[in-house]
Design a protein around this ligand. Sequence first.
Ligand code: HEM
Length: 128
Amino acid sequence: SDQPTFYELVGGEPTFRKLVARFYEGVADDTLLRPLYPEEDLGPAEERLRLFLMQYWGGPNTYSATRGHPRLRMRHAPFRVGPDERDAWLRHMRDAVESLDLPEDQERTLWEYLERAAYFMVNTMDPA
Ligand code: HEM
């Protein structure tokens, strides 16, 4: 149909580029989260998260074309994602979402999804 996607409504790729770049600036300086990332260069991880979010919200399907089915819980299984990691992830993401200065309803839609997804990704209840 002619209905714009949420991806288009929030500004398309530049918006997701800004969101994820800001998020990874926070991760780069986070002593709890940074050691979880296996690669020295966070650039590839940044690209995967950006492409996933773009696809999720109705943008191009480049994520699945290059990575296959998301299966995000399975892909996070090698990493310790407890309540503290979740909260740290959400803190950086909150800062990144606010940096976009989106209209309130769009910000809420985006945030509610990210918060739910982060709770869903928790794979251990052991404190850090
Ligand atoms: C990958 C951590 C939540 C989406 C990763 C990686 C780590 C990680 C360490 C591997 C880096 C890489 O090589 O790509 C975490 C932590 C979370 C969290 C600590 C805390 C809750 C989320 C959420 C989403 C997400 C909520 C989606 C909304 C992704 C994606 C990848 C990824 C798309 C790349 C998967 C692939 O194609 O291999 N995450 N993550 N993560 N994460 Fe998370």
